[in-house]
Design a protein around this ligand. Structure first.
Ligand SMILES: O=C(O)CCC(=O)C(=O)O
Ligand SMILES: [Fe+2]
Length: 268
C-alpha cells in the first residue's frame, strides 16, 4: 500500500522506492514479452560516444503498451494512480477532473556491459513547480549490487533551478540497489542516470512517465492504430484520448469540459 510517508518522501527528496510492486510472476511475464519483441521494433543507441562499441549499447523498446494488455494494466494500476492523483491534483484547476495522462511508456535494456549515462532530467524543466511530470521506473532484473546497472539519483535535486553538473552532483548521487519488481517513483525534475553495468545478463527497466494533460505526449498515443485490447473509458482518459482538440470534435464532445477559470484550487 502506498503510504503518506511515500508521498512525503516524493515531495521532500524527489523520489521513493517501492519494493515488490510487481509479483515475480508478473515481472517474469513482462520480461519475456520484452525479450521476444522483434528486433525491427527496437532502437539501439550508443550512449556516450556515438560509436558502435559494445560497451555502450543500450536498447529501447518504445510504446510498450501497444504490445500487451499487461503493460496497459501497469500504466493504469491503482497504486500508481493513487500517487499520480496526489501529485497532479495539487495546483490543478477546479474544472480539471483528469489533470494527467500517460506521457510515455517504454522499456530500456542494457546487457552484459554498458557505460553509465550522464546525470540528466527528462522533464527539461529544472526545479519545476508545480511538478508537471512523474516517472515510475520498474526494475525487471535485480540491481542489488554495484555494476548491475541500477539507477542513480541525486536526492532533492528536483528543487534546484539548474541542470546537473557532474563535478558537483556525481558525488551526491545514490544508486538504487533493489530487487526486480521494485518501482522507483520520481519527480521528473530529479537528476538521475542509468549506471555502469558490468555483470552478465540483462537489465530491463520500464520507464513509465505521466504528465499534466496539457503537455504534448512525445508519441501521440490516442492515434496508435494497434491496441492489444479495447480500451475502457477510464483507460482512454488516462492515455490522453480527450486531450487533443480534433479528436474531441470528431467525437462530438468537448475535450476538457468548460475552460477552466484561471484560479488554481490552492494558491501554491
Ligand atoms: O535505463 C536507465 O537506467 C535510466 C534511463 C533513463 O533515465 C533515460 O534513458 O532517460
Ligand atoms: Fe532519464
Amino acid at each position: 500500500m502506498i503510504k503518506k510517508k511515500h508521498l512525503q518522501e516524493l515531495e521532500k527528496n524527489g523520489y521513493f522506492v517501492y519494493p515488490n510492486f510487481l509479483t515475480k510472476k508478473q515481472n517474469n511475464k513482462l520480461w519475456r514479452i520484452l525479450e521476444s519483441l522483434p528486433k525491427k521494433d527496437l532502437h539501439f543507441s550508443y550512449s556516450r560516444t556515438g560509436e558502435k562499441v559494445k560497451k555502450d549499447v543500450s536498447i529501447l523498446a518504445p510504446n510498450i503498451m501497444t504490445y500487451s494488455k499487461d503493460f496497459i494494466s501497469i500504466a493504469t494500476n491503482s497504486k500508481i494512480l493513487q500517487v499520480a492523483d496526489d501529485y497532479f491534483f495539487r495546483a490543478s484547476f477546479n474544472e480539471e477532473k483528469n489533470p494527467y495522462q500517460v506521457h510515455i511508456m517504454h522499456a530500456r535494456k542494457v546487457e552484459d556491459e554498458c557505460g553509465e549515462q550522464q546525470l540528466h532530467i527528462d522533464s527539461r524543466l529544472r526545479g519545476a513547480d508545480p511538478a508537471y511530470m512523474l516517472h515510475v521506473f520498474i526494475y525487471l532484473d535485480d540491481c542489488i549490487k554495484p555494476h548491475s546497472g541500477g539507477i542513480r539519483l541525486v536526492p532533492k535535486s528536483h528543487k534546484l533551478k539548474r541542470y546537473a553538473i557532474p563535478s558537483i552532483d556525481e558525488k551526491k548521487a545514490k544508486e538504487i540497489f533493489a530487487k526486480k519488481g521494485t518501482a522507483i517513483f520520481m519527480n521528473s525534475s530529479l537528476f538521475h542516470a542509468g549506471s555502469e553495468k558490468k555483470t552478465p545478463g540483462t537489465r530491463w527497466v520500464i520507464s513509465l512517465v505521466y504528465s499534466r494533460w496539457w503537455v504534448r505526449q512525445p508519441f501521440a498515443i490516442p492515434y496508435f492504430k494497434k491496441w492489444p485490447k479495447k480500451l475502457t473509458a477510464r483507460e482512454k482518459i488516462l492515455f490522453g484520448f480527450y486531450n487533443y482538440g480534433d479528436a474531441s470534435i470528431k467525437r462530438g464532445i468537448s475535450a476538457r469540459g468548460k475552460l477552466p477559470k484561471l484560479i488554481p484550487i490552492k494558491n501554491d
